[in-house]
Design a protein around this ligand. Sequence first.
Ligand SMILES: [Cu+2]
Length: 149
Amino acid sequence: MKTLFLPILAIGALAGAAQAAPPVRVAAKVAVEGAWCRAAPKGAPAGGCYLTLTAVAADQLVSVETPAAARAEIHTMSMDGGVMRMRKLSEGLALPAGQAVALKPGAEHLMVIGPKIDLVAGASVPLTLRFKFAPPVAINVPVKAVGGK
Ligand SMILES: [Cu+2]
């Protein structure tokens, strides 16, 4: 009887401890820093936008919306047989807790496809970032001529 009873008591004690000290609830939030979109030639079919995301609690960037383009996607780049290719991250981008995730040229980035505005220096692209847990973040991203093209 004793050997049966002890484990049950232990489980009860653990459950009691969990109730007494609930995990600290951090408001799900994602900080956005250093956002910019790269200037593109008039009539370009798409443009890249870059920023750094830091999630307080583990989260996921699931989608991007903009009224300034037909649509926006989350992309990644990787080498494929010696050629850099872009690919849509349909599952979104993981944001580990407290870790800055940089979306930058040559790596993960946001792609505005079918821009309705000219992506010229001085313009700005309104983006709404949607996350799995954190509330959406709306930002106005400045267009910068970077890369000398
Ligand atoms: Cu892309």
